[in-house]
Write a protein that binds this ligand. Sequence first.
Ligand SMILES: Cc1cc2nc3c(=O)[nH]c(=O)nc-3n(C[C@H](O)[C@H](O)[C@H](O)COP(=O)(O)OP(=O)(O)OC[C@H]3O[C@@H](n4cnc5c(N)ncnc54)[C@H](O)[C@@H]3O)c2cc1C
Length: 222
Amino acid sequence: MNNMIDLINNIKNTLKNDEYIENEMMKKHTTFRIGGPAKVFVKPKNVNQIIEIINLCNKHNVSYFILGNGSNLLVSDSGYMGVVIQIHQYNFSNLEVIKNDENNYILRVGAGMLMRNLSIEASLLSLEGLEDIIDIPGTVGGGISMNASFLGTGLIKPLRKVKIITPEGVLIELTKEECGFYHRGSILRDKKYLVIEATFELKKGNKIKIQKTMTTNTEKRY
Ligand SMILES: Cc1cc2nc3c(=O)[nH]c(=O)nc-3n(C[C@H](O)[C@H](O)[C@H](O)COP(=O)(O)OP(=O)(O)OC[C@H]3O[C@@H](n4cnc5c(N)ncnc54)[C@H](O)[C@@H]3O)c2cc1C
């Protein structure tokens, strides 16, 4: 318990008042609206803050949990006696578009962006390859970590690399091959790597065709 008190005091010195909450009910952050209080719930604004929080958890021997959109989570009524680190559209949904050439674009995407929003953004740019994720609930980080897909190839085919923070608090970049994807999982998930940003390579396509594929995917689902 002393560890937790020391940790909370350290977090208070590290984050602003609106960046952490004590005893936050997890049911407010899960799609199924279940879950008791998380001892500390943090909403970091940048990578340095995440690293600092992970280092503090390690120092005080307190566990932490990475939360995305909460769409694939069942949290017990007794809650979570640790630190929940939220990577969501409110704090990590940056999008950078880099033109390689007329037909080839690089998208650098914050892990908190919702998969649906990424699919829409790509379609508006007439970029093909992310039509399958239009109706998968959750963030890009959560989706990559569990290798989410629907009918087609999901996020992984156009993925080139990911920026992650290791459980030791080290920021590194991994190629797609180094992520070790398998059906509904990856090394990222197994090793508790926190995904912070993903880089995709997409080809220019026909906007109408892309949006039709998205509509067809939605129709097949419902
Ligand atoms: C109605 C419904 C339909 C679905 N349909 C599909 C489908 O068609 N295809 C499919 O593949 N999946 C489907 N899913 C599952 C979906 O892939 C997951 O809900 C989604 O990937 C979870 O993302 P999230 O951001 O909500 O993660 P959360 O639910 O918040 O967390 C889930 C896991 O991901 C980890 N995580 C979250 N963010 C990160 C991050 N930034 N870095 C590292 N780890 C992270 C968490 O620690 C946790 O272990 C469906 C789920 C629901 C509820």
